[in-house]
Design a protein around this ligand. Sequence first.
Ligand code: GDP
Ligand code: GDP
Length: 442
Amino acid sequence: MSFTVAIVGRPNVGKSTLFNRLAGRRLALVDDQPGLTRDRRETEVELDACTVTLVDTAGLESGDEGLTARMRQQTEAAVAQADLVLFLIDARTGVTAADEIFGDLVRSAGKPVVLAANKSEGRAAEAGFYEAFSLGLGEPLAISAEHGLGIGEVIDAIGHAVEARGETESRAEETDERTFKLRLAVVGRPNVGKSTLVNALLGEERMITGPEAGITRDAIASEIEWKGRPLRVFDTAGLRRKARVEGKAETLSVGDTLRAIRFAEVVVLLLDAEQPFEKQDLQIANLIAQEGRALVIAVNKWDLVRERQQRLAELREMCQRLLPQVKGVSLVTVSAKSGKGVDKLMDAVLAADEVWNKRLPTHALNDWLGAAVDAHPPPAPSGRRIKIRYMTQANARPPTFVAFCSMAQALPESYVRYLVNGLRETFDLPGVPIRFNLRKGK
Ligand code: GDP
Ligand code: GDP
């Protein structure tokens, strides 16, 4: 099982220097091929606990800042071949237009990425390091390929990616290729109606596409299409049938619930209208938020409810009060048995997915941050006011923000909540878990 790491970035950011630095760390250089063309160098490198194939995409004539079609092709080819992309920028120049183009290319490939801000050895690199967050490729590592700084962290990050792939492969037959299909799971306590709801979803689809569509009902994930949008639905019913065959208890275990949550991008938490928001329901909601998934709450068996208007208002109030970590989450009433409300539920699922994937521009975030801090300044423990200088969205799925802060440890949790609530309102991010990380700024 080989693992390929491609070093990618615009010309002159230091790819070859890093390649040589990593290759120099090898314990055994197994093979050093010049590659098929002179555009790509490959070598097998032994890093701490693993052996990886390292690919360098350097060697292209740069044509100054412009991005030639050929350069793009080469990078695309290297990325396609890679298990992990090591994306480099030059921290001294900051994020350039060419970096953004490469960044988009890497992001759209959907491969794991380690972002590194190279040439970070001096103070001139600080601003560029902060800017690197705005690429939306996660948190950058500050490194200096030339001076050998931060190389250990790069090796660790590669090691983690190798491990993560091992785990993914052992689950491969369940998850298949993680394509653009939205992955959906329905979870909830026993007897709330999960199987009935999943059957309703799959059943309607069967009527639309006919039997020849080949829906494999035994698979753990079933494919359906909802209003032209392909979905993979984690089929709890399938799980249960399997459990029955194997003579296990029929209820879903915590492990199964967690598995369903991890499989999914959007999770529908199904409640029983007659016993909503029980302790176990709240625990599952918490798990979904912790795992960073988009959430929709569906209250099932609505056919059994009288005084519906009033009951709905009560449920909405409970939802806001009991689940502040996913403020604004959609609550939809359904009757899985008759299929009533399923349409609205699926609209809510698609909307939640959109929020979950949202990316906000850095300048808008910083305009907002300035105003939020002015309106309600952070505290000044021991006489010095905490300053929050800059923020950016480091990641989507779920929305993840990073802010740079003096005395980050001293900023109270309540202030972070104030910022998160403000972000939610201003940028319309209802119902998704929001991650907000503080970093020590200068
Ligand atoms: P590539 O085109 O991306 O492969 O970039 P190279 O590896 O050829 O490096 C471009 C230039 O940046 C060379 O002059 C390197 O010496 C220099 N360079 C590479 N890494 C660093 C670094 O960590 N700090 C500084 N200051 N310069 C670096
Ligand atoms: P699961 O354990 O969550 O998968 O729940 P099931 O789908 O097996 O449903 C549990 C029970 O609730 C079954 O008896 C269903 O017929 C019943 N049920 C499911 N959906 C509805 C509904 O919309 N209305 C009513 N009245 N009963 C339902």
